[in-house]
Write a protein that binds this ligand. Structure first.
Ligand code: CDP
Ligand code: CDP
Length: 204
């Protein structure tokens, strides 16, 4: 009880990290942090004219509940500010403190296993084919953006993934000791079962 235990979930856009993170946290009684939301909130403040580094240094909880953070535009704004080393540095302490909370934590993002929590007890690199990821994200977004096409979503995800992989600061890549989890052909339940068994194996 109260032992520190960190699960790091990384992967490209709409691979299923957030869904797995929430489910693992609930099943294990861990806290969950969607780190993408931090970058989306900084991106939103930058889009409103603020300096992104200043925004990252003064982020408050209310920033994380702003409307529209899930939109494709917010995702693009996030990936632009996420390439800035000083923005990433400003968000690091909060993420590391979260990861160390007693009782366990799950963090999902791009650099959790490589930079934020290189000592995490469990590291999963979650992937899915481009077609599957764009379909999943399109199904989510179309309720709010009825004119959005699946091809537009695909192009958006590809542009963001390329920027995230090619940047110098904490690029998206699997940690050497991460377990790869391809969810292309898995139901949500099956993906959760795989992730849970990885956590259970590490807890024994
Ligand atoms: O956090 P990330 O962007 O990686 O993805 P997500 O928000 O967890 O998942 C994107 C969408 O795909 C959600 O609507 C999930 O319900 C769905 N999903 C799925 O259909 N099958 C999976 N194995 C995982 C997620
Ligand atoms: O949900 P989805 O996978 O589409 O995106 P997200 O996890 O909300 O992340 C939005 C953007 O924030 C990503 O495209 C990255 O540029 C950035 N990000 C990052 O650089 N590092 C993280 N740990 C999390 C997100």
């Amino acid at each position: 009880e109260g032992a520190r235990f960190t699960v790091a979930l990384d992967g490209p856009a709409a691979s299923g990290k957030g869904t797995l993170g929430r489910a693992l946290a609930q099943a294990c009684g861990f806290a969950h942090l969607d780190t993408g939301l931090l970058y989306r909130a900084v991106g939103a403040r930058a889009a409103a004219g603020e300096d992104p580094v200043a925004a990252a240094r003064s982020l408050v909880p209310e920033d994380l509940s702003r409307a529209d953070l899930r939109s494709a535009a917010a995702g693009q704004a996030a990936s632009r500010v996420a390439a800035l080393e000083e923005v990433r540095a400003a968000l690091l302490a909060f993420q590391r403190d979260f990861a160390r909370r007693p009782g366990g934590a799950v963090l999902d993002g791009r650099d959790i296993g490589t930079v934020v929590c290189p000592g995490a007890e469990v590291k999963l690199f979650v992937t899915a084919s481009d077609a599957v990821r764009s379909r999943r994200r399109w199904l989510e977004l179309r309720a709010h953006q009825p004119d959005l096409t699946q091809v537009e979503v695909l192009e958006d995800l590809r542009a963001r993934d390329a920027r995230d992989r090619e940047r110098a600061a904490a690029p998206l890549r699997p940690a050497p000791d991460a377990m790869l989890l391809d969810t292309s052909d898995l139901t949500i339940e099956a993906a959760i079962a795989r992730a849970l068994s990885a956590v259970e194996a590490a807890r024994r």
